[in-house]
Design a protein around this ligand. Structure first.
Ligand SMILES: [Zn+2]
Length: 276
């Protein structure tokens, strides 16, 4: 499942192909993906010029010159792929295709259909609940240790659950929370409200470094964030704890073993020895 760094690398890969260009043609092959694609989507997007391509949490936000934004969410299995001259031919999972005025073609593919393609008027964006309830962006400079401490203050929830709560911090998912917690030596089971002062600073640094390293890896392993297959934004990872139950902890000097537990129905991987 794509998390923040993957979506960020998709955005960076998409940007040079979309920004400043117009949608010459939009092909819509289904009425819905996870949610309905709005009425008149093809007509409303065709001819629009792309002002900017950005990310908010795990949303890809494409601002158009018509007072609307095109929103794309990759869900569980969504992909954006650059194709040339319509090749390879579209398959059953290729739901929407965007052809730019310079011939660039971006295809939205999603076998499991948990993704979203939507169009929202600028005026409605601020009040849109998908955005209005989101917490701060973890990579923003304004998100500092004090802001993180404040977000967690008073919370009796396990630290991992509090970090996954999008109202506290936007865009953090299961994998990167496990990785960041191992990096800073904090247990996913600890009460979130106990993370203060230096612990909040260490956690903040770990979150930013974990996400930053992943985005850099996405940029270095795939030229311009585009793979040879044309797929945007995916890359190989080497995890510290994620999916490594029973294997040695990779923290320097630690002789612990990575353990898997289940929290709120999801797997948590951590090292009970160095994460307190
Ligand atoms: Zn350890």
């Amino acid at each position: 499942m794509p998390e923040l760094p993957e979506v960020e690398t998709v955005v960076r890969g998409l940007r040079p192909h979309l920004e400043g260009r117009r949608f010459a043609r939009v092909i819509q092959r289904r009425a819905d993906i996870r949610t309905p694609i709005p009425e008149g989507f093809v007509q409303r997007v065709t001819g629009a010029r792309v002002v900017s391509v950005a990310r908010r949490a795990k949303w890809i936000v494409v601002a158009l010159d018509r007072g609307a934004v095109l929103l794309v969410h990759l869900g569980m299995s969504g992909r954006l792929v650059l194709v040339k001259d319509g090749k390879p031919a579209a398959g059953p999972h290729d739901h929407v295709e965007f052809v730019m005025d310079d011939g660039a073609q971006v295809r939205f593919t999603d076998p499991r259909r948990f993704g979203v393609v939507d169009l929202v008027e600028d005026a409605d964006l601020a009040g849109d609940r998908r955005f209005s309830e989101l917490g701060p962006e973890p990579l923003d400079d304004a998100f500092d240790a004090a802001a993180l401490e404040k977000a967690l203050a008073g919370s009796k929830a396990p630290l991992k659950a509090a970090l996954l709560d999008q109202r506290n911090v936007a865009g953090l998912g299961n994998i990167y929370v496990c990785e960041a917690l191992n990096r800073c030596g904090l247990s996913p089971r600890r009460r979130a409200g106990t993370v203060r002062a230096q612990k909040a600073a260490a956690l903040l640094k770990a979150v930013k470094e974990t996400l930053g390293d992943a985005i850099r890896a996405g940029g270095s392993s795939a030229r311009d964030y585009v793979q040879a297959s044309g797929e945007l934004g995916w890359f190989q990872h080497s995890w510290r704890v994620y999916d490594r139950a029973g294997e040695p902890c990779r923290t320097k000097g630690c002789t612990g073993t990575v353990r898997r537990i289940v929290q709120s129905g999801r797997s948590t991987f951590y090292c009970p020895r160095c994460q307190r």
